[in-house]
Ligand binder design. Structure first.
Ligand SMILES: [Zn+2]
Length: 119
């Protein structure tokens, strides 16, 4: 259902923001969600246009794909937190040694400690 009243490429009726019907936006313009699907974010670019659907009830902003930037996988702080958690999981609580694998939760300590105890 094409609603001409929402098709406003010049943005005359929408405060200067080019407005298109859902699925009628020109190529190269993507929603934040569509960019995310390709591992991109809009970055610092301004909103390029908007799409309208559901009889003008729903709006979504569009961004230019060529100005989009790759999503940063994780910040340094996030990585540090992950590493810390990982190191904690790999460190034996009994002898304090750090291993390259998770300490079996069943034992709560490394195999050397488990064996040393049972021996
Ligand atoms: Zn141990």
């Amino acid at each position: 259902m094409f609603r001409t009243e929402f098709d406003d490429p010049e943005g005359i009726r929408h405060g200067g923001l080019p407005t298109y019907n859902y699925r009628h936006a020109p190529g190269g313009l993507y929603t934040r969600r569509q960019l995310a699907d390709e591992g991109l974010t809009p970055g610092r670019q301004p909103i390029a246009a908007q799409i309208v659907w559901r009889c003008g009830q729903r709006f979504a902003y569009l961004y230019r794909k060529e100005l989009a930037v790759p999503k940063r996988p994780a910040t340094d702080a996030q990585l540090r937190a992950l590493m810390k958690a990982w190191v904690a999981l790999c460190t034996c609580k009994s002898c304090g040694r750090e291993y390259g694998y998770y300490i079996p939760r069943r034992f709560g300590e490394c195999l050397a400690c488990v064996e040393g105890r049972s021996a």
